[in-house]
Design a protein around this ligand. Sequence first.
Ligand code: GTQ
Length: 345
Amino acid sequence: MNELGRLEDLPADYVAALTAQNLVPLWPNLRGVMPAGKPAPNTRATHWPYAAIRPLLIQAGELTPIEKAERRVLVLANPGHGLNKMQASAAMYLGMQLLLPGEWAPAHRHTPNAVRMVVEGEGAWSTVDGEKCKMLRGDLILTPTGLWHEHGHDGKDPVIWLDVLDLPLVYYMEASYHVNGGRQPMKADHGELSYARGGLLPSPVFQPSSKAYPMLRYPWADARAALESLAKNQPEQQAVQVTYANPQTGAHAENILGFYALMLRPGQKLTLPTRSPAMVFHVIEGAAKVQVEEQNFLLAEADTCCAPGYTSVTLPNVSASQAAFLFIADETPLHQKLGVYETRD
Ligand code: GTQ
């Protein structure tokens, strides 16, 4: 490969003349923006143990009233991007959000898409597009782009959930903004009850739903049951995994990020195919190791970690007797839509 000319090889007055005209020579920068063979990501494999986050989040509850925070969130920031960038990967944002009993996180809507994965506590709910969604441990709740949402809490103990947003991408596109609103009128919660079983679509007037996001709450009890049933029926199958999908179209539940639940059988060690999208792993039940090339993280329940794209990831279940259940978020829909999705051997 040719050594390309460096900036220092150019006369200083020439570089100054370029700068004065808002011009930049490509050749000193070409390899930086298009490295050889594979990208050089800023995203670093990073582990955020829940045991470290939880006390600091509870302390945030003492330090900052909800009125002063709107959303009381500690952001799981990837040091490879710089903590102030508040990104876990190029397209993914992660936050751990705390709502205390009686608190209310007021209604707003915004252009980034979000989901919530409930980590701890009972009695909270999110109203999304007028639909009241219960928040139970392991439930996935969508707040897709543009839909009004607010969070409330009628229970007794703190509720904590993991937010996953495509905020870094939408922000990078200079398309990120929010609108505040008042209390949202509630409709009966029909979403998860309407789409109660796979393969059965509600069609009361022989019409598919006209909603872009017909299902907003994906109860953990159903996802877990689907995984258990897959594991039982397909004993040879390596990856016991389900995708959170739009039940009307079969496409990914949201447009930019993909969401999945994975079951690791007792003692199983699963190697994922090397693929272009970055991934996030969050343990719903059990414990698992996440091996990202040479790095090795031990994830306890409620721990979260991320891996950059184009890396090989192996997931050993730590237990020989208990299954482990992971929630996964990744950038697959984005890569597929942009035509840059790749797998490698
Ligand atoms: O709950 O609406 O972590 O708007 C970041 C931005 C949560 C939310 C976040 C948000 C929210």
